[in-house]
Design a protein around this ligand. Structure first.
Ligand code: CA
Length: 235
């Protein structure tokens, strides 16, 4: 099997380390493991991993400081691995330059999806390949047509308003990744819009009514409680 990428695992919990290593190696990734922030900072530079899985609770320093130190010189993708369920912590990590986060305990498929997405987004510089090639994004029955500014569900026009389209289009460009409420508001309504999640919630409720079979159990756009929204990965 060709190696799909090198993953640096920064984690001091041995059980979690060996679980992650097993999953990654079984799925064609190379895994490099370190257990302290200091080692992480030095190996990030010498090993140039394709993605870093970064635990926030390290024995010698705060994982956030490892992230900030890395971001001074590199945009290498970082997925924060955290036991903390505090939403503010996740938002703080994303604002400090993390590409995504995953909360312990997590399953195999969630872990692999986060890594796949993080690596794909570096290799294609934010816009994903399908969008660049076909000017469209598809996931199950959903199609975002970036040329026509339209969203189709099973071939039928979902009749989104302009702002609704912008929201779905942006989530589609970063499919698989969580985009924070603040980021979405800034991108759609501009930097001067007071950070008001209500307008976002109203738009999202309308979008879901138009694109989801059951808006209470969305299959395309998921809510990351207290953090933001995430579009399903493309086909
Ligand atoms: Ca830890």
């Amino acid at each position: 099997m060709a190696v799909k990428g090198k993953v640096l695992i920064v984690e001091d919990d041995r059980a979690i380390c060996s679980f992650i290593r097993r999953v990654l190696e079984a799925n064609g990734y190379e895994a490099v493991i370190v257990s302290t922030g200091r080692e992480a900072i030095s190996l990030m530079a010498s090993h140039c991993p394709d993605v870093v899985l970064l635990d926030l609770g390290l024995p010698d320093m705060d994982g956030m400081d490892v992230l900030k130190s890395l971001r001074r010189w590199s945009l290498m993708p970082v997925v924060v691995v955290s036991a903390r369920t505090d939403e503010r912590e996740k938002v703080r990590a994303l604002d400090a330059g993390a590409d995504d986060y995953i909360t312990k305990p997590f399953g195999t498929s969630e872990l692999l999806a986060r890594i796949r997405t993080a690596i794909r987004h570096t290799r294609t510089t934010s816009a994903n390949e399908a969008i660049a090639r076909d000017n469209r994004f598809t996931a199950r029955g959903l199609t975002i047509d970036y040329g026509k500014y339209r969203v189709y569900i099973d071939g039928k026009d979902a009749c989104l308003t302009q702002n609704e389209f912008k929201l779905v289009a942006l989530l589609g460009r970063y499919a698989g990744r969580v985009l924070t409420y603040d980021y979405l508001i800034r991108e759609i309504w501009g930097p001067n819009k007071a950070c008001d999640n209500q307008i976002l919630r109203v738009n999202m409720a309308n979008i879901r009514r138009k694109i989801e079979k059951n808006p209470a159990e969305p299959q395309y756009i998921f809510t990351e409680v207290g953090v933001g929204y995430r579009m399903i990965e493309g086909d």
